[in-house]
Ligand binder design. Sequence first.
Ligand code: SAH
Length: 247
Amino acid sequence: MTVPRLFVAKVIEAGAELALDAPQAHYLLHVLRLGEGGEILAFDGGSGEWSAEIVKARKGSCCIRIGRKLREQIIAQDIHYAFAPLKQARLDYMVQKATEMGASLLQPVITAHTVVPRLNLERMRANAIEAAEQCGILSVPGVEAPVKLEALLKACQKGRIVVFCDERAAIAPPLEALGSLKGRKITALVGPEGGFSEAERELLLSKEFVCPVSLGPRIMRADTAAVSILALVNAVLGDWCRLPAQM
Ligand code: SAH
């Protein structure tokens, strides 16, 4: 069994004893059935990855004692993923996949056809943490509060390129479109199940910092488009073709 990894939202230092929250203690003690002396890996998103040992295990609570640093922190790549929120199960999946695909920030965007009345940001953050623990990364993507499309564009016009997944774009090689963006800060944008409105497409296509991309002749579900565009961005611009800088 691989050594379990735990994200701790506290500053990690060698020798520190950190009390875990109840869900984390439950996971280690009652799901993984570890006890005192059990070994785990701990990361806090800023100081790399450390060995740690379970201590002071009681029913439903325990601490971990930090050992030595095993991996130096790596600066996460700067790829933002902006998306119109989806219904719960697909949203859980999309948050998990965007995290595994190295998105450093998850930005919900409310568009004309977005059907989700309320977003549970805490649930999204928990899904991002779980995905980060599972896929071995050293930082957890930020999960921002929802913004309107106009606000997203206003924020991106200061130096970011919006890679606009446009299901109505003419079929064209996405690698060529992305290849022209080397060195740029990327925000990939995927619309809701109902697609972007005509007015939203016109607004997006009117901006010189928006790069429309076709994902081929088939209309994908938004969560499929998420994985597709993030794979392409990683392959051309991200850490599938270069290592992020070491801290
Ligand atoms: N219901 C809409 C499709 C929405 S699919 C319609 O029938 O037109 C959800 C989102 O996934 C889209 O807004 C777009 O951002 C992305 N997407 C899906 N298929 C795509 C494709 N072939 N090319 C580019 N983006 C696509």
